[in-house]
Design a binder for this molecule. Structure first.
Ligand SMILES: Cc1cc2nc3c(=O)[nH]c(=O)nc-3n(C[C@H](O)[C@H](O)[C@H](O)COP(=O)(O)O)c2cc1C
Length: 183
């Protein structure tokens, strides 16, 4: 059976980020046919079109990491009813120079956690618009809008029994989606 490499992008730079904890919990639930690897976005410079054709090392490393992945999992908070700027910047960096987007055709999935009751729904909707433009076939269901609540994570970073079941289902469905849509 093929093994798929999935790049995980976390839209928060915060040390104690709920979304990073969520990403790590998901990584632990990965079925045998997928391998998750976080790709850092915090050191990327702000995208500047003047830099097209003059790729600095950190940008090259980022683009190479996405290029070599079979799929991408986005784990994001919501900032002011949209995705954080740091995540949009990473999407922009990967999309250029024109005609050389590293995102093109990569299957994707989106999940997020916030303290607000709508659990990143609007951030995810904005993100989905961008992913559609970038030609990334994105898992439609289940939608994963998570609200950060006391007790969601255990002390060891794992998730409680009830939440584990639906996160596991999400990861398994995504693995199937990747197998179906990988180029
Ligand atoms: C600049 C900023 C804007 C925010 N806007 C929203 C928002 O629109 N909706 C929401 O549910 N939470 C919002 N929050 C609260 C985040 O849900 C909360 O900070 C969360 O912990 C961020 O995710 P993280 O723990 O992965 O960093 C905002 C936080 C910041 C710092």
């Amino acid at each position: 059976m093929s093994q798929y490499q999935i790049a995980v992008i976390v839209g928060s730079l915060r040390k104690e980020s709920f979304n990073r904890q969520l990403a790590h919990a998901l990584i632990k639930l990965a079925p045998a046919q997928v391998q998750f690897k976080e790709v850092a976005i915090g050191e990327l410079p702000l995208y500047n079109q003047d830099a097209d054709g003059h790729e600095v090392a950190v940008v090259k490393q980022f683009r190479d990491a996405i290029r070599s992945a079979d799929a991408v999992l986005f784990v994001t908070p919501e900032y002011n009813r949209s995705m954080p700027g740091v995540l949009k910047n990473a999407l922009d960096q990967g999309s250029r120079p024109y005609g050389h987007s590293v995102w093109d055709g990569k299957p994707a999935a989106v999940i997020g956690m916030s303290v607000g009751a709508i659990g990143t729904a609007l951030a995810q909707q904005h993100l989905r618009n961008v992913l559609a433009y970038l030609n990334m076939p994105t898992l439609g269901q289940p939608e994963m809008f998570l609200q950060a609540k006391e007790g969601f994570f255990n002390a060891d970073g794992s998730v409680g029994e009830q939440s584990r079941a639906f996160l596991q289902k999400f990861v398994e469905l995504f693995a199937g989606w990747v197998a179906q849509h990988k180029r």
